[in-house]
Design a binder for this molecule. Structure first.
Ligand code: FES
Length: 153
């Protein structure tokens, strides 16, 4: 495949590259930018491990071709904290044990931040509904909801 130009911003840093149109945003982040905090679970839009924010909205990065993001602003788990200070949602996940193996955690946290930002954290049921696209095989769901409830306060 012929490579085509791509210019986008990832975690407030501008990137310009040439890339094959078949490459997903997930693979671009992990393999070209080495931002491996964003995880590949299913690679088919079913697990949420690859969740990032594109212009502030959560997206499964395995379902987005990198070239579809020309000019866009991407935030990954690496870009969530400011300096050495963890984001409040990261702190709440630690406090409430919102993970066991941790593989789904970056995606869970990116969705959890979007859950509050988009106004879907008004009850435990509403949170669970919004978070239902993020699968946790360890079953940390109640603790994840606890973390979101705390940050929402
Ligand atoms: Fe993207 Fe599972 S890896 S949803």
């Amino acid at each position: 495949f012929e490579k085509i130009p791509l210019n986008l911003t990832v975690n407030n840093k501008a990137h310009s590259t040439k890339i094959e149109p078949r490459v997903t945003l997930l693979d671009y982040l992990r393999e070209e930018l080495h931002l491996t905090g964003t995880k590949k679970g299913c690679d088919h839009g079913q697990c949420g491990a690859c969740t990032v924010h594109i212009d502030g909205a959560r997206v499964n990065s395995c379902l987005s071709l990198a070239v579809m993001n020309e000019g866009k602003k991407i935030t990954t788990i690496e870009g969530l904290s400011s300096g050495d200070e963890l984001h409040p949602m990261q702190q709440a996940f630690i406090k409430h044990d919102g993970f066991q193996c941790g593989y789904c955690t970056p995606g869970q946290i990116m969705s959890a931040v979007a859950c509050i930002r988009e106004g879907h954290a008004n009850s435990r049921a509403e949170i669970s509904e919004f978070m239902s696209g993020n699968i946790c095989r360890c079953g940390a769901y109640p603790n994840i909801v606890d973390a979101i409830v705390e940050v929402k306060k």
